[in-house]
Design a protein around this ligand. Structure first.
Ligand code: NDP
Length: 672
């Protein structure tokens, strides 16, 4: 393979370092396949470019526009994925490993794109929670909002997932409207650079949105400010070094860290040999050891089983691991490739040597290369510690390769304490068919783990597995795992935004957040709101309906028509005896139906359909003889595409004394 000269991407142009290049070897042959370096880059100028060019351009776009941009990037990666798979093999990864990295990475962008269009407004500001009433008269209120940070996201990534590791951070960052400078790990940087190049060549990004450093970050940290975020994935040692940089402390720079993690998997006390959960546990531990040759931050490092089952676990795992076929990942039938580099091979051997001081190897041999040549191959290694409390290394040393230690536990308390002895992890899995065991574990151990997967026979088939971080769920963990949090759907986007509590008049705040807030003006007009397209509708525009009286006949008719003859509507004495009603009341659903009858404009037009109700509350009972009227207000609106969009209406139903009978958000699908 021809040696690739990896390039940096700074200020919207490619840059090759003239000097100080490091050589990068193929994980499968040991040959030099790339040179990399960042010497000569002006890091301050890169930060300035992101801040002054990329940030403003991204912040001009709405969440939806940024979400479409993510989709374009993901499509570009998918269209050229074969180029990436070629390089993927050089990292030692199999096709399946590459699928997690490459298509998993694109999938993460797709997921953020879709979340962005479905769950975020087509605006540049994001509302957080409900309006808070701060005054008796309602003229002074509070509303939390998120706005985009005005700095740069610096992403320092690990070697194990060069594509996914980059994209899982870029998805939320770009959706938040923040430019990024990416620094991939050197060992597999050639794959990250190729994926980065595809995104640049897609032409979907505004200038300054993305830059790439293929080597040392130089003096970049000296130029960080309060508006920047550093998101780091890698070793605890490097994280600590970077996190204690004086500028990080002085400027309160946000620092997200994903570090080592001694993830645990526990066989429940109910899940002995012969149960489906036992088989699932064995399968999962073996899979986690061998996928990506165990180089996963979420991989199972500590497998715990009831003392009486530990021999059976050892036997079953050893048998399963014996079937693993190690070799060049391009070869047919190979199920585990190589580690990412010879350095990593040495690091794993060193870690196993540490572990052997208090645990014994029961399968595999770290010193016997399973494949001849200069590649970074190693067999899966299973260790056993019969005295886990007397073996600190098994809880403290992370062998970043196909290595796990099995250990017995005495009872549930012991299992929970051992799981927590990892001092904070990214992912834990528990194999049990007993909900009591699961509950005890979650309460006893939840605070120590970022994610917990509880697997049994009913969920196993569709399970995404112990080790898969998902874009819609948070990825990160406390303590040793770094204390960071990434992804988790919209939560991940807010890691790159600032939450601010706005205070002021509802009318004023409404104009800022582009959403009608209770107490803001409700302008009316001659045109029924159902006759206006989304582009014509004004936020706050209100229809005040006529009123109608609800009679006992209406209640009776509705009860018999629908079958809802609940006592409160039909039995005067029983209704009176309740702590809530003074007598028979109108059905809530009848009130909602009459409300629609009052505000609907029936002819076909800009409103296509009612798509749902949210936040429905019945606040005051409506008695036969009472009357009701409706105020229908345009709360917010969002155009999805050329054919349709969504309008959210604030609906208030009042009685003849102007008390609120019911309130809810009505959602309709409308013509743009
Ligand atoms: P490192 O911490 O050495 O590297 C992680 C990233 O930080 C790389 O991009 C690296 O760049 C960069 N880096 C290193 N030093 C500096 C510095 N002074 N300033 C700026 N950036 C720096 O970890 P490795 O990738 O070598 O992996 C080592 C161990 O980390 C593994 O064995 C494993 O224990 C753990 N790890 C944890 C992961 C997780 O997700 N929790 C994932 C991967 C690894 P460069 O490569 O150029 O040195």
């Amino acid at each position: 393979m021809k040696t690739i000269n990896l390039l940096n991407y700074a200020k919207d142009g490619w840059y090759q370092a003239p000097d100080g290049l490091a050589e990068v070897q193929s994980a499968i042959t040991g040959e030099v396949i790339a040179t990399t370096g960042s010497q000569g880059l002006d890091f301050k100028a890169m930060m300035d470019h992101a801040r002054n060019v990329g940030g403003p351009a991204l912040r001009k776009m709405t969440f939806h526009e940024r979400a479409w941009m993510l989709k374009d990037l993901a499509n570009a990666i998918m269209a050229r994925k074969d180029e990436l798979y070629e390089l993927n093999y050089q990292t030692g990864a199999t096709r399946t490993d590459g699928w997690i990295d490459i298509e998993g990475g694109a999938g993460t962008l797709f997921s953020f794109s879709s979340k962005g269009r479905r769950e975020l407004p087509n605006q540049r500001i994001l509302i957080d929670g409900n309006m808070e009433m701060l005054s008796k008269g309602g003229t002074f209120v509070g509303q939390h909002v998120w706005t985009s940070l005005q700095g740069v996201a610096v992403h320092i990534n690990a070697f194990n997932f060069p594509v996914w590791g980059m994209l899982e951070k870029l998805g939320p960052t770009l959706l938040a409207g923040v430019p990024a400078i990416v620094k991939p790990a050197s060992a597999t940087g050639y794959l990250a650079e190729a994926a980065f190049r595809i995104m640049i060549e897609a032409g979907a990004l505004p200038p300054g949105a993305l830059q790439l450093i293929m080597g040392s970050t130089g003096d970049l940290f000296d130029h960080l400010t309060l508006q920047d975020v550093v998101s780091f994935t890698g070793s605890a040692q490097t994280a600590m070094k970077l996190q204690t940089h004086p500028v990080i402390a002085r400027e309160s720079v946000r620092f997200i860290a994903e570090r080592d993690s001694l993830n645990a998997s526990i066989l429940g006390p109910d899940a002995g040999p012969g149960t489906p959960e036992f088989d699932l546990f064995i399968k999962e531990v073996a899979r986690e050891m061998t996928v990506k040759a165990g180089q996963k931050c979420t991989a199972i490092r500590r497998a715990m089983a009831p003392a009486e089952h530990i021999d059976a676990v050892q036997e079953a795992l050893t048998a399963r691991l014996a079937k693993v076929k190690i070799g060049d990942p391009r070869e047919e039938g190979v199920t585990m490739g190589a580690l990412a580099s010879r350095d990593q091979l040495q690091a794993v051997r060193d870690a196993v040597a540490e572990l052997r001081k208090s645990a014994r190897i029961v399968a595999g041999n770290p010193d016997e290369p399973p494949v001849a040549g200069g590649g970074a191959f190693i067999t899966p290694i299973l260790l056993r510690s019969d005295d886990p409390w007397g073996s600190p290394a098994v809880h403290d040393v992370e062998p970043f390769g196909p290595v796990s230690t099995i250990m017995p536990y005495k009872d549930m308390d012991d299992a929970i304490a051992l799981a927590n002895r990892g001092m904070g992890s990214l992912a834990l899995s528990l194999f049990t068919f007993d909900s009591k065991v699961a509950e005890e574990f979650v309460l006893g151990s939840g605070a120590y783990h970022g994610r917990m997967m509880i697997l049994d026979r009913t969920s196993a088939k569709e399970s995404t597995g112990h080790g898969s971080p998902l874009p819609v769920l948070v990825h990160g963990g406390p303590g040793r795992a770094g204390g960071g949090e990434e992804m988790g759907g919209v939560r991940g986007v807010t890691h790159y935004m600032q939450r601010t509590a706005l205070q002021g008049a509802p009318e004023l705040l409404s104009k800022i957040v582009k959403q009608w807030l209770p107490g803001a003006e409700k302008p009316a007009g001659d045109v029924h709101p159902f006759r206006q397209r989304i582009s014509e509708l004004e936020v706050g525009y209100t229809l005040k309906t006529a009123s109608r009286t609800v009679t006992l006949e209406d209640v009776e008719h509705f009860a018999h028509f629908t079958g809802d003859t609940f006592y409160a509507h039909m039995d005067e004495e029983a209704a009176k005896a309740s702590p809530i009603f003074e007598g028979r009341v109108a059905h809530g659903y009848l009130i909602l139906s009459f409300a629609a009858g009052l505000f609907v404009e029936p002819a076909p037009g800009p409103v296509f359909a009612n798509t749902g109700l949210e936040n429905l509350r019945f606040l005051t009972p409506l008695y036969p003889g009472d009357s009701m009227r409706v105020e229908l207000t345009v709360k917010s609106k969002s155009i999805r595409d050329e054919e349709k969009g969504e309008v959210r209406w604030a609906v208030y139903i009042f009685n003849q004394r102007d008390e609120i009978v019911a309130t809810y958000d009505l959602l309709t699908m409308n013509r743009p």
